[in-house]
Design a protein around this ligand. Structure first.
Ligand SMILES: C[S@@+](CC[C@H](N)C(=O)[O-])C[C@H]1O[C@@H](n2cnc3c(N)ncnc32)[C@H](O)[C@@H]1O
Length: 341
């Protein structure tokens, strides 16, 4: 099921995915509806009686993506995960990143050969890697993360025992150019001070014809959710993802919307795992995009008070997003099935 938008000179396709939550944007489509410049889009009744009404944040002007939110910063992200890794799999994932969402999000990655070389960047505790090794031999998969504490959890998981597990930075990957068949990164971009650089790295490490699959948050439209999202970390808009992929040199860029079942397709609060963006590398070698120096130099000393304040404020803002899925879950229980919530 496809529709398209004209976004300036660009044509972007929206393809329906699975259930009310699933739909996607791609860079090469025809045939469909146009997105309003006012920043929201909705999809109404399609043929065969299937209905999808979705709101997402789309606007013609993007915020500066490299502007650090409190935890969109490598040192704060390190300490944030020092503590969050203790409860991550049991407290965070069930509200935002369920197994069925993961499988839905990985589907556009086309993991169709057990011998593929796959890198899982920002792989953390290995939750997404568990989805990858269903399709690809674990010995061909590398999990990379900046947090040794998150990686320690991945090491405990039996299905991942043959994976390579390494510490590293998504913006400066320790893999050769033209190395991997697939690049996967789930729920990590929101902490990268320079997301465009991370996506350029995704391009570089892929082989010719290789595919990147980046799963990440989407920006809220509800004012309170926007306030906490902005204070916490980066929630990109859908068109920002597409722009970053295209600038890095990717072709056939597509965006598939995902979300927890009990949200019933609601996107106004933003989603920590809200879309799966894919792109194909059309030529071997490095990305054609040239960037200046890194936004953040982790070796530079930071003011400990500023660091602590950012960490505390960022973590407090993040707490709001522990409550949102609970609120939506209660609403889903109360509001009769088939009604909007
Ligand atoms: C929300 S967790 C997602 C973990 C895993 N991909 C999953 O699906 O559950 C985000 C992960 O990104 C990692 N991360 C944040 N910034 C990073 C960076 N610059 N380089 C590598 N990993 C990073 C964090 O340490 C954390 O483990």
């Amino acid at each position: 099921m496809a529709s398209s938008m004209l976004n300036g000179a660009e044509s972007v396709t929206l393809i329906r995915g699975i259930g009310a939550k699933g739909s996607s944007l791609s860079s090469s489509g025809i045939n469909g509806r146009s997105f309003s410049k006012m920043g929201s889009v909705s999809f109404n009744r399609y043929s065969k009686g299937r209905t999808l009404v979705t709101k997402c944040s789309l606007s013609s002007s993007s915020r500066p993506a490299s502007q650090p939110r409190f935890i969109q910063h490598k040192q704060e992200a390190f300490w944030f995960y020092r503590f969050l890794s203790i409860v991550y799999d049991h407290v965070i994932n069930p509200g935002h990143w369920t197994e069925d969402m993961r499988d839905d999000a990985l589907e556009p990655a086309d993991l169709n050969d057990r011998n593929m070389i796959v890198v899982d960047v920002g792989g953390g505790t290995g939750f997404t890697t568990l989805g990858i090794v269903k399709h690809v031999d674990a010995k061909n998969v590398t999990i990379l993360d900046q947090s040794p504490h998150q990686l320690a959890k991945a090491r405990e998981k039996a299905p991942l025992k043959d994976c390579k597990i390494i510490e590293g930075d998504a913006e400066d990957l320790p893999f050769p150019t033209d190395y991997a068949d697939r690049y996967v990164s789930a729920g990590s971009i929101e902490y990268w001070p320079d997301p465009q650089r991370g996506i350029k790295e995704a391009y570089r490490v892929l082989k010719l014809g290789g595919k990147a699959c980046l799963i990440g948050p989407v920006y809220p439209t509800f004012w309170l959710s926007r306030f906490f999202a902005d204070a916490w970390m980066l929630f990109p808009k859908e068109e920002e993802y597409i722009e970053w992929f295209k600038k890095a040199g990717f072709k056939d860029v597509q965006l598939k919307r995902i979300g927890p079942k009990w949200y019933r397709g609601v996107r106004r609060h933003g989603l920590i795992m809200g879309c799966s963006v894919t792109g194909v590398k059309p030529a071997s070698g490095d990305s054609p995009l040239k960037l200046g120096p890194k936004v953040e130099d982790v070796r530079k000393p930071v003011n400990p008070m500023v660091f602590l304040l950012r960490l505390i404020l960022g973590a407090l803002a993040g707490t709001y997003y522990v409550l949102v899925p609970i609120y939506m879950w209660i609403k889903d229980l109360i509001v009769p099935k088939g009604m909007p919530i």
